[in-house]
Design a protein around this ligand. Structure first.
Ligand code: NAG
Ligand code: NAG
Ligand code: NAG
Ligand code: NAG
Ligand code: NAG
Ligand code: NAG
Ligand code: NAG
Ligand code: CA
Ligand code: CA
Ligand code: ZN
Length: 749
């Protein structure tokens, strides 16, 4: 018990991959009021409910301009964006999250708007919709109520990038049946096809799995009759998937925009090829890692889990012979980071002695241009668990570096195995805060009934809030969607509660069910996001805010020996069919990630679009201001129509940043003509906004870090990363303690 207590204390400052043994709790109380369940509706349903009748459901047509074929509608990257302040905080966070998916998987990039002529303003109108292609005047993209999901936002951005719906392809009748009699009268136009002079398939086959495909029940008049079905019936449960981009979606995106690289994927290796992705063996160590496939050692790999002959390679370091403390190093090639932090994810297993060690290092530039300064990051100790396990290590490299795996033999006399490595992914994104692995998932899916649930261990975010997940393997009791996983989030009481702020609002929970595809670009993981708010109240707790202190509004939970708040989540996150079709159940493990971070800094993100800026503040009376800016924007449109005449008469917003943080006043200008934003006093590419003659900075943020302060002078890393920073070598101690406590639990059983 002492160990466990110690582990809890440490886990506050550490990111830890928890591996929970499967225990199934029966849904004993059955109190429906203890849960807030939501359903993700699809785009056509949301827009119909909003009374919208757009071109093809969610496409706003400004004019009859071509989308796909016309090269003038291609965007230049990065795409300038504005997040309007009528968007909810959650929608803003979800949009930034969707941007990160584009950056991970394609060459599409986004930047805060700075007066460019082409940009996207994300706004909250009714419904979810976008225009197709770049119209060069700035365009609206609506993320309305119910649209703040990763996949829906990705779908709308794909429209903006120039893509129509999959089933509007010229050749779609070869692949799907349209049931015209079942379509809502007047909505048949949503199922039109387009001539191949208008759209192009970019020489890719019809893709049932596309994020741009309608779901079967789109625009139907009878709830139980589909309007669109696949000619290959197997795909009826696939069309309309809203997980993530399909492989073909990405192929098309990459072809249309000539993408050759992505922004945040630095390295990945499944060790399937003999060149082992350019990794190199250490030469001054005692041994080498061996590139093996399953037939040599009787172990299956993680990439293909032993499914194929002549494939399924991994790296192996045997610890069963030789001397204790003999080591082998495996080094990556030199990598060039663009951001300031990275997450190294890999799968490993240690089948030898519990005293074997796997140590992760980086080699940095020693300031002479040579990458050779070694820094130890984290140690993984052997254990009795012979399964492949997922691991995450945070790196904070700003210059070129290598990462290294060091295997060390602990006790060769008592080892008959070794250390195995496979499926490495290095991204420039934060590592997840909570990692929950559920073993024997096929048994769990088979042996649970609706309403039965599994609860994750308690995780702590960087601020110290305790939280966890609940998985309903077969959905909840009386679920309207059988054959689906349900997933909810809750707070747990924790040791820091007395000093924390309650209720905990404006924290975004991101829950991800991991698709264990080796290549992160092809992962179609399911992610759900929501943001805690004071408006989330429940009658079950007398109308109190759900996110208040768990010991006040929660129930006592015997399993954790702590208080647990009401469950908040979704009853139909992903179908069992989809879990089996993709690599969600690899190794019979289901892996979930969860983050819970403060996004209050996104409260004010809107910057005025070009035009309002020309009229000097103070000279314009309040009621005239609107008029002038409207006239001006009319003029901008006219000017845009005349090529080569774009910037005349406009000062243009220049990207300048002042290094020192001297006074904002510029005494050379009369008060009224002085533009407080010229030169831009905001640092770190912050956008300056003239608020009543005063400069106000809007700071750049990404999912990995953000800037704060009056002049955006301070960079903050998202909490999940901070934890690790403090963690460092203490992680080793913690892992050791958990292992000891696991061992002692086993021993006492
Ligand atoms: C998973 O199933 C195997 C075989 O049925 C069993 O030996 C093992 O203990 C199970 N693991 C867990 C975590 O329940
Ligand atoms: C965006 O929507 C607003 C509000 O309806 C409208 O005034 C504006 O003209 C739209 N912008 C574009 C570029 O269509
Ligand atoms: C709706 O569809 C179902 C199944 O196809 C059918 O049995 C039912 O009669 C239809 N209802 C109406 C009102 O058309
Ligand atoms: C992609 O490359 C082709 C051929 O070089 C070129 O014609 C086209 O304009 C490029 N497209 C973009 C979006 O850069
Ligand atoms: C589930 O449905 C049954 C029968 O329709 C009903 O008696 C029961 O109260 C429902 N349970 C919950 C938790 O809603
Ligand atoms: C809600 O109010 C009832 C009646 O006043 C009280 O018995 C109950 O304890 C309250 N519950 C909570 C969670 O405050
Ligand atoms: C967000 O900004 C608005 C306007 O300044 C303010 O009224 C509101 O309280 C802020 N919300 C939060 C959560 O800080
Ligand atoms: Ca070696
Ligand atoms: Ca492999
Ligand atoms: Zn659409």
């Amino acid at each position: 018990m002492v160990w466990m207590k110690f582990a809890c204390v440490l886990s506050f400052i550490l990111f830890v991959a928890h591996i929970a043994a499967v225990s199934i709790n029966h849904f004993s109380k059955g109190n429906e009021h203890d849960e807030e369940f939501h359903e993700q509706k699809d785009i056509s349903e949301i827009n119909l409910a909003a009374g919208l009748d757009l071109f093809q459901g969610d496409i706003l047509l400004q004019n009859s301009r071509n989308g796909l074929r016309d090269p003038s509608t291609r965007w230049k990257f990065p795409i300038p964006y504005i997040l309007a302040d009528n968007l909810g905080l959650n929608a803003k966070g979800a949009i930034l999250y969707a941007f990160e998916m584009f950056r991970l998987k394609s060459c599409v990039d986004f930047k805060p708007y700075e007066g460019e002529s082409s940009y996207i303003i994300f706004q909250r109108f009714e419904g979810c919709w976008s225009e197709v292609g770049d119209h060069h005047v700035g365009q609206n993209l609506s993320i309305g109520q119910g649209c703040d999901y990763k996949a829906i936002i990705e779908h709308e951005i794909l429209h903006a990038l120039g893509f129509y719906h999959e089933q509007s392809r010229t050749d779609r009748d070869d692949y799907v049946n349209i049931w015209w009699d079942e379509i809502l009268p007047g909505f048949e136009h949503n199922f039109n096809t387009y001539d191949d002079t208008f759209i192009t398939d970019l020489n890719t086959p019809y893709d049932y799995e596309s994020l741009m495909h309608y779901e079967p029940f789109s625009f139907n008049k009878n709830d139980s009759a589909p309007t669109i079905t696949a000619k290959i019936p197997e795909f009826n449960s696939i069309i309309g998937q809203r997980l993530d981009f399909s492989a073909t979606d990405l192929e098309r995106l990459n072809r249309m925009y000539n993408c050759t690289t992505t922004h945040t994927l630095l390295d990945h290796c499944a060790f399937e090829k003999a060149n082992i992705c350019g990794m190199i063996q250490g030469t001054r160590d005692d041994a080498d890692w061996v590139h093996e496939d399953g037939t040599q050692s009787g172990q299956v790999d993680h990439t293909l889990v032993g499914q194929c002959r002549g494939a399924g390679y991994f790296m192996h370091f045997s610890t069963s012979s030789g001397m204790a403390e003999e080591a082998a190093l495996l080094e990556s090639r030199i990598l060039y980071p663009k951001r300031k932090q990275q997450c190294l994810q890999f799968f490993y297993k240690m089948t030898g002695s519990p005293s074997d060690r796997l140590v992760i290092w980086v080699k940095r530039d020693d300031s002479t241009g040579n990458v050779r300064k070694l820094v130890k990051l984290q140690t993984f100790q052997g254990d009795l668990d012979q399964n492949w396990k997922i691991a995450h290590v945070t790196l904070r490299e700003e210059k070129k570096f290598r990462y290294l795996f060091q295997g060390t033999k602990g006790d060769p006399q008592n080892s008959n195995g070794g250390i195995y490595l496979d499926d490495i992914t290095l991204t420039e994104t934060p590592c997840p805060t909570g990692v929950w692995t559920i073993r024997n998932i096929s048994q769990v899916l088979q042996n649970t009934v609706p309403g039965q649930m599994l609860r994750s261990p308690r995780f702590y975010n960087s601020e110290g809030y305790g939280f966890g997940l609940t998985l309903y393997p077969n959905g909840r009791l009386n679920s309207s969607s059988p054959g689906y996983l349900g997933l909810t989030f809750h707070l747990y009481s924790g040791e820091n509660d007395a000093i924390l702020e309650w209720p905990v609002e404006n924290r975004q929970a991101v829950m991800t069910i991991l698709d264990q595809e080796p290549d992160a670009r092809n992962r179609m993981s399911s992610s759900m996001v929501f943001t805690t708010s004071r408006s989330h109240t429940s009658s079950a707790i007398n109308g109190s805010v759900i996110w208040d202190r768990p010991s006040i509004v929660g129930n006592y939970d015997n399993d954790c020996g702590c208080f647990r708040s009401i469950d908040w989540g979704w009853s139909n996150v992903i179908s069992h069919q989809m879990l089996k079709r993709k690599s969600f159940l690899k190794n019979d493990d289901l892996i979930l990630f969860v983050d819970f971070e403060d996004i209050t800094y996104l409260n004010q993100t809107e910057v005025p679009a070009q035009g309002t800026r020309l009229s000097p503040q103070g000279l314009v009376l309040q009621d005239q201001e609107q008029q002038i800016s409207e006239e001006y924007s009319g003029k901008v449109l006219l000017e845009k129509a005349l090529p080569g005449n774009l910037d005349q008469g406009q000062p243009g917003r220049q990207k300048r940043s002042v290094e020192n943080t001297g006074p904002l006043e510029d005494h050379n200008w009369p008060q009224y003509f002085r533009d407080p934003c010229d030169p831009n006093p905001c640092q770190n590419e912050g956008i300056c906004v003239n608020v009543k003659g005063m400069a106000s900075c809007r700071c750049v943020s990404s999912h990995a870090f953000f800037y704060t302060g009056e002049r955006c002078q301070a960079m903050q890393v998202h909490g999940s990363v901070l934890g690790l920073l403090i963690g460092g070598t203490a992680g080793v101690i913690f892992l050791t303690f958990t292992i000891i406590s696991m061992l002692s639990q086993r021993a006492s059983q």
